[in-house]
Write a protein that binds this ligand. Structure first.
Ligand SMILES: O=C(O)C(=O)C[C@H](O)[C@H](O)COP(=O)(O)O
Length: 205
C-alpha cells in the first residue's frame, strides 16, 4: 500500500467525491485517472460509498481512499473495501489507534494549533487542514507551518479552481482536496469533469 508521502505527491489535487449511484463510480475514476488525477477520495456520505470504493479500487492507476472516516468502524469498512488510504475531518484517539494498527494510512483533519499538536503526538506528520478557507485560510496555515516546520498539509474545504494555485504555491502544502472537480449531481458530465481535472492536474501556471 502506498504511504501518505507518495499519495500526497502523486497529483496536486485530490478530488473529493460524493457518489450517489455506484454505476457512476468506474467511469468517473477512469476519467479522472486519464486526466491526470489518480488519487481519489470517496466520502462516506452516501449509501453507495462502500461499493464505489470497491469498484474504483480496481481501476488501473487509481489510488482510491475513503473520506469522512469518522471512527474505527468506518476505517475498517474502508480497508475491507479496498481503500488505500483514509481521510477524516478531525481526529479521535480511537481513530488514531485504529489507523496505527491498520494497513491504510490516515490523513487526519486539523483546524487549530492544539489539533496539530495532538495529531503530532499520535505520530502524524501529514495532515488535512480543514475547513481550510474558514479555519483561517492561507494566513492561518502559514502561521501554523512556521511553528510546525516538520509537517506537510493537504488543505481541503473551500478550495476552488480559482484559489487552488495559491494554496499549492505554499512550500508546506503537498496537495489540496476539493469537490469542485466533481460537483455533487454532476458525476455523469464526464467531458466537463475531464476538463476541470486536466486543468487541476497541470503544473501551477
Ligand atoms: O467529508 C469529509 O471528510 C470532509 O472533510 C469534507 C470535504 O473534505 C469537504 O467537504 C470538501 O469541501 P469543498 O471542496 O469545499 O466542497
Amino acid at each position: 500500500m502506498p504511504d501518505l508521502a507518495t499519495i500526497m505527491t502523486a497529483a496536486p489535487v485530490i478530488p473529493v467525491l460524493v457518489i450517489d449511484d455506484v454505476a457512476d463510480a468506474v467511469p468517473l475514476a477512469e476519467t479522472l485517472v486519464a486526466a491526470g488525477l489518480p488519487v481519489l477520495e470517496v466520502t462516506f456520505r452516501t449509501a453507495a460509498a462502500l461499493d464505489a470504493i470497491r469498484a474504483m479500487a480496481k481501476v488501473p492507476g487509481a489510488i482510491v481512499g475513503a473520506g469522512t472516516v469518522l471512527d474505527p468502524d468506518l476505517y475498517t469498512a474502508a480497508v475491507d473495501a479496498g481503500a488505500s488510504f483514509a481521510v477524516s475531518p478531525g481526529l479521535t484517539d480511537r481513530l488514531a489507534r485504529a489507523a496505527a494498527d491498520g494497513p491504510a494510512p490516515l490523513l487526519p483533519g486539523v483546524a487549530s494549533a492544539s489539533d496539530i499538536m495532538r495529531a503530532r503526538d499520535h505520530g502524524f506528520s501529514r495532515l488535512k487542514f480543514f475547513p481550510a478557507s474558514i479555519a483561517g485560510g492561507i494566513p492561518a496555515l502559514s502561521a501554523y507551518a512556521s511553528v510546525f516546520g516538520d509537517l506537510r498539509f493537504c488543505p481541503t474545504g473551500g478550495i476552488t479552481a480559482d484559489n487552488a494555485a495559491d494554496w499549492l504555491a505554499l512550500p508546506f502544502v503537498d496537495c489540496v482536496g476539493g469537490t469542485w472537480i466533481v460537483p455533487r449531481g454532476g458525476a455523469r458530465d464526464l467531458t466537463a469533469i475531464a476538463e476541470r481535472a486536466r486543468r487541476a492536474a497541470a503544473p501551477i501556471a
